[in-house]
Design a protein around this ligand. Structure first.
Ligand SMILES: NC(=O)c1ccc[n+]([C@@H]2O[C@H](COP(=O)([O-])OP(=O)(O)OC[C@H]3O[C@@H](n4cnc5c(N)ncnc54)[C@H](O)[C@@H]3O)[C@@H](O)[C@H]2O)c1
Ligand SMILES: O=C(O)[C@H](O)COP(=O)(O)O
Length: 530
C-alpha cells in the first residue's frame, strides 16, 4: 500500500512537517498555496490529507477535485473556511484543534483592551513621530470596570479569568453557560440587553453563526453605555462594522479594537482611519507557542486518522480513540458487510435501517458502527457514500436510522449485530458477530442460523428444504465452471424454508443465476459481492 500523502497549504509551524514524516506520511509544505485556489484545485487530487489554517478556503470546487481526500485538519479553531456540508457529503473528515490557541487568543483580547484603554498604538505613532503629545492621550483605568463577555466558552472563560485578575467585574451573555460554570468562573450571567447597558468594555468570543451574525447590530450598539469600548478577536461579522463606525464617529463608542473583519484579508474597512480604532490582521492565534501547539496537534490527529482510523476533534464525525480503533475495526467491517448484504438484496425504496447491538459491542462506539451499517446498506445505490457522509445521506433521503442496544443474556455470542432494512416491499434482516480471529461472520439470515465468512464473490440462495437440492446445485455450479470455496446452510425447520450462502472463486453471471433459479427447490438466487 502506498504511503498516505498530506498537503500543508497554509503557514503552519514546520513542526507539523516533522510529525507527518515521523509517522511515515509523505508531506508537501506549500505555505502560500492556500491563497491560490486554482492551483490548489489542480493538485488536491493527489492528497489524502489537507492541513490548513484560515487562508485556505475549502470550497465545493476544491472538494470536487479532491478524489482521494480523507481528512481536512484545521490547525486552529474556526472552520468557517471549510464548506462542512460539502466535505461531509463527500465523506471527508474535518477536524480542528479546539484548545491549542485559546490562551494566546484570550491574551490578544486582553492586549487589545489595554491598547484601547491607554491608546497605546496611537501614542506610539505620535511619540515616534517626535510629537511628545503628553496631554493628548488621557486613558481610562481598567480596575473595577465592568467587562461584558459575549460568548463564554474556551476563550471567553480564559478572558474572564485574566479580567478577574485585573480586578474587573465580569458579566457574560452566553445561552449555554450554566449557573454552576458561571459561579466557577466568577462571572455574572446576564441577558444580552443587560450586558449592553452595563459593560464598560465588551469583548466577543462566539463563533459566527446565523444567530450571532451582527449580534452587535446598530440597535444593540445604541443600547450600550456611552463611552463603551468594543473588542472583537472572534470572527468578522459579529459586529455591524458600518453601524459601529457611525457610533465611533458620534462619540457614543469610545474605541474599538478589531482583529477580525467581515472581509479578510481586510484591505479596506469602514473602521479603518478612525482615531480611536486599533486593528490587527487576524493575529489572535499568532504566537510561537500557539502555532506550535496547533501544528503538532493537527499533524498528530491527521496521522492517527490516516494510519489507524482514530478520530479526534472531528466536527463531522464521532470520535474514535487510538485504543478503540483496532477493537472497533472488525465490527466496522461486520456492520458494513451486513448492511451491504441486505442493501444488495433490496430493490424497493428503503424507508428505514435498524441496527441492534447486543453484548460487548453495545458498549462500543455504536455511532461509528451505525454509520458503517448505513454506508453498506446504501452503497449499492450510492457508490460514493462513506461513513462520514452516510448519516447525512440517509437524513436527506428521509431514511429513518434507528439504533437499539441490549445486553446479551439471550444471545449465544459475546457481541452480536443485527441489521434490518425496512424496504417498501418487505423488511430484510441479517445478524453477525466477530470471532476471536477478528473475522466478521454472518450467523443469522431471515432468523435462520447460518455460519459464514464474507468473501469477495458469494451466492445467496433461498430454497425449500427438500432432498436432492444440494447435489443438483453443486453439479450446476461445477458444470458452469464456478468453484465453491465455502458452503453454509441453514433452515428454519425440517422440510421448511432453507438458505445457503456460498463463497465462490469466480463471479457468477446472470446465466448461472438463471439456471439456479430454474432448480425446482429454489425460490430465489442472488449474487452478492463484498
Ligand atoms: N482571532 C483569532 O485568531 C481567533 C483565534 C481562535 C479562535 N477564534 C474564534 O474565537 C471564537 C471563540 O472560540 P472558542 O474556542 O472560545 O469557542 P467555544 O466554542 O469554546 O466558545 C464559544 C461560545 O460561544 C457561545 N455562543 C454560541 N452562540 C451564542 C450566542 N448566540 N450568543 C452568545 N454566546 C453564544 C457558546 O455557547 C460557547 O460557549 C471562535 O469564533 C473562534 O473561531 C479567533
Ligand atoms: O479560528 C482560529 O483558530 C483563529 O481564527 C486563528 O486563525 P489562523 O490560524 O488563520 O491564525
Amino acid at each position: 500500500m502506498s504511503k498516505p500523502r498530506v498537503l500543508i497549504s497554509d503557514a503552519l509551524s514546520p513542526a507539523a512537517v516533522e510529525i507527518f514524516k515521523q509517522r511515515g506520511i509523505e508531506v508537501d509544505f506549500q505555505p502560500d498555496l492556500g491563497k491560490d485556489k486554482d492551483k490548489l484545485a489542480a493538485i488536491i487530487g493527489d492528497y489524502d490529507g489537507l492541513a490548513i489554517r484560515s487562508a485556505t478556503k475549502v470550497t465545493p470546487k476544491i472538494l470536487e477535485n479532491a478524489s482521494r481526500l480523507k481528512v481536512v485538519g484545521r490547525a486552529g479553531i474556526g472552520v468557517d473556511n471549510v464548506d462542512l456540508p460539502a466535505a461531509t457529503a463527500r465523506g471527508v473528515i474535518v477536524m480542528n484543534t479546539p484548545f491549542g490557541n485559546s490562551i494566546t487568543t484570550a491574551e490578544h483580547a486582553i492586549a487589545m483592551m489595554f491598547a484601547l484603554a491607554r491608546q497605546i498604538p496611537q501614542a506610539d505613532a505620535s511619540t515616534q513621530a517626535g510629537k511628545w503629545e503628553k496631554n493628548r492621550f488621557m486613558g481610562t483605568e481598567i480596575t473595577a470596570k465592568t467587562l461584558g463577555l459575549i460568548g463564554c466558552g474556551n476563550i471567553g472563560a480564559i478572558v474572564a479569568n485574566r479580567a478577574n485578575g485585573l480586578h474587573m467585574h465580569v458579566v457574560a451573555y452566553d445561552p449555554f453557560l450554566s449557573a454552576d460554570r458561571a459561579r466557577e468562573l466568577n462571572v455574572e450571567k446576564v441577558e444580552l440587553d443587560e450586558l449592553l447597558t452595563r459593560a464598560d468594555f465588551i469583548t466577543l468570543h462566539t463563533p459566527l453563526t446565523d444567530k450571532t451574525r451582527n449580534i452587535l447590530s446598530g440597535d444593540a450598539i445604541a443600547k450600550t453605555k456611552p463611552g463603551v469600548r468594543i473588542i472583537n478577536c472572534a470572527r468578522g461579522g459579529l459586529v455591524d462594522e458600518v453601524a459601529l463606525r457611525a457610533a465611533l464617529d458620534s462619540g457614543h463608542v469610545a474605541g474599538a479594537a478589531f482583529d477580525v473583519f467581515v472581509e479578510e484579508p481586510a484591505k479596506e474597512n469602514p473602521l479603518f482611519g478612525h482615531p480611536n480604532v486599533v486593528c490587527t490582521p487576524h493575529l489572535g492565534a499568532a504566537t510561537a507557542e500557539a502555532q506550535e501547539n496547533v501544528a503538532l496537534q493537527v499533524a498528530e490527529q491527521m496521522s492517527n486518522y490516516l494510519i489507524s482510523g482514530a478520530i479526534e476533534n472531528a466536527i463531522n464525525f464521532p470520535s474514535i480513540t487510538a485504543d478503540e480503533a483496532p477493537r472497533l475495526r472488525p465490527f466496522v467491517a461486520l456492520a458494513e458487510k451486513l448492511g451491504s448484504f441486505l442493501g444488495q438484496l433490496t430493490e424497493a425504496e428503503i424507508r428505514g435501517i435498524r441496527i441492534e447491538y447486543e453484548g460487548d459491542v453495545a458498549a462500543m462506539n455504536t455511532k461509528a458502527l451505525t454509520s458503517a451499517a448505513v454506508t453498506g446498506a446504501l452503497r449499492p445505490f450510492l457508490p460514493e457514500i462513506n461513513m462520514v457522509s452516510a448519516p447525512l445521506v440517509a437524513r436527506e433521503r428521509g431514511i429513518m436510522v434507528e439504533e437499539l442496544k441490549r445486553d446479551n443474556e439471550q444471545s449465544d455470542y459475546d457481541s452480536f449485530i443485527r441489521i434490518t432494512i425496512d424496504a417498501k416491499d418487505m423488511p430484510r434482516h441479517a445478524g453477525g458477530t466477530v470471532f476471536h480471529d477478528g473475522k466478521p461472520r454472518v450467523v443469522e439470515i431471515r432468523g435462520i442460523d447460518v455460519d459464514a465468512e464474507f468473501a469477495p464473490h458469494m451466492l445467496y440462495v433461498r430454497n425449500a428444504d427438500q432432498p436432492g437440492f444440494i447435489g443438483s446445485f453443486g453439479s450446476l455450479l461445477g458444470d458452469s465452471g464456478v468453484n465453491i470455496a465455502t458452503f453454509s446452510l441453514g433452515r428454519d425447520a425440517p422440510g421448511g424454508d432453507a438458505i445457503c450462502f456460498v463463497a465462490i472463486d469466480q463471479p457468477a453471471g446472470k446465466d448461472v443465476l438463471d439456471k439456479i433459479e430454474a432448480l425446482p427447490q429454489v425460490k430465489r438466487a442472488r449474487a452478492v459481492n463484498f
